[in-house]
Ligand binder design. Structure first.
Ligand SMILES: [Zn+2]
Ligand SMILES: [Zn+2]
Length: 338
């Protein structure tokens, strides 16, 4: 069967691979569509330190069940539309023992540490499957949105909060829509007017263009001088890591989902003076998947505005080359598999 394999940095090919095999608790899925995100682009470029080659890409999956396996559960049967959680959990590490398998120390994500779903059929443990009344594009958006939803859960966001989100990329948009879904007032911050507009469609009501506006002044104006109750950093730059701590309200919460590529220097007295809760956020939990599916089933996300291109699997290698050459021209790419 066909698969898109990254054979080395910058080398994507459509190749033939053997059919998948699995155990008694695995379901056989027909892959229908795959979403590609920044992680996949990094993998293609050889810049993802967690990846070894060759690697089949694909962790944002829309699929149909071909065979539900030996112990079908949750009404999963042949023909059910599903999206799988692409993570694994060891069950033994501190995170797993604390009921937070999303941060499993030895997690292996599809298409990153193990072969992914950009192929015709895959086998997945039935407990990882979520069924939903959603289109293929929506199913592919569930996993990337859960990352932002989990960050908002980590920030304990409620309807009483003003939440500022740094970055209106895929992860930031998830955080914006999650905070809005909880009834919070959301301030979107980005350097790109088009991305701020998508932030508006995802649920933000206030906007700060970080290239043109004075960040501190605008945040003060919008919060009567107090600063946002919660700030979510979804970019990964030292200056936005620091600004989150500087701008958040006293006793506020800061959630980091962006990966900073270099060490960040802080004025740590602010941690103490403001008595801040500073939390990391990684991947997502089952409740985040359920919440995203409820939000998407309510038609509350600008699906078509976030998708830059839809290509057949045969054109995926060329699409990756184009994306790598002009990274800002695309946000989300969908690959139609079958
Ligand atoms: Zn992704
Ligand atoms: Zn674990």
């Amino acid at each position: 069967m066909k698969a898109v394999v990254i054979q080395g940095p910058g080398e994507a090919r459509l190749v033939d691979i053997p059919d998948p095999s699995g155990g008694p608790n695995d379901a056989l899925l027909q892959v229908r569509m795959i979403g590609l995100c920044g992680t996949d682009l990094n993998t293609f470029r050889g810049k993802n330190p967690l990846v070894t080659f060759p690697r089949v890409l694909g962790h944002e999956v829309a699929a149909t069940i071909l065979d539900p396996g030996g112990t079908p559960q949750n009404g999963l049967r042949e023909g059910t539309a599903v999206t799988p959680a692409p993570y694994t959990a060891c069950g033994q590490c501190a995170s797993c023992l604390r009921g937070r398998p999303n941060a499993c120390r030895s997690n292996q994500t599809l298409g990153v540490q193990r072969n992914g779903a950009l192929t015709e059929r895959i086998m997945v443990p039935t407990e990882k499957l979520y069924s939903a009344h959603l289109s293929l594009k929506e199913l592919c958006l569930v996993e990337p949105l859960t990352v932002g939803f989990h960050a908002v859960a980590r920030g304990s966001v409620t309807a009483r909060d003003t939440v500022a989100v740094f970055g209106c990329g895929g992860v930031g948009l998830g955080a914006i829509s999650a905070a809005a879904f909880r009834g919070a007032r959301v301030i979107a911050i980005d350097m790109d007017d088009a991305k701020l507009e998508i932030g508006r469609m995802a649920g933000a009501s206030e906007f700060i263009h970080s290239g043109k506006d004075d960040l501190h002044l605008r945040l003060s104006e919008l919060t009567d001088g107090r600063g946002p109750d919660c700030i979510i950093e979804a970019i990964g730059l030292p200056q936005t890591f620091r600004a989150s701590v500087e701008e958040v309200a006293f006793t506020g919460r800061v959630v980091y989902i962006g990966y900073a590529k270099e060490p960040v220097a802080y004025e740590t007295s602010l941690f103490v003076q403001k008595e801040l809760d500073i939390r990391g956020s990684r991947n997502a939990l089952p409740e985040d998947f359920h919440e995203v599916i409820r939000m998407l089933e309510g038609g509350r996300f600008p699906i078509d505005d976030v998708i830059s291109a839809v290509v057949p699997i045969e054109e995926a290698p060329e699409m990756l080359r184009q994306w790598s050459a002009t990274p800002t021209a695309f946000t989300k790419i969908m690959v139609q598999v079958s």
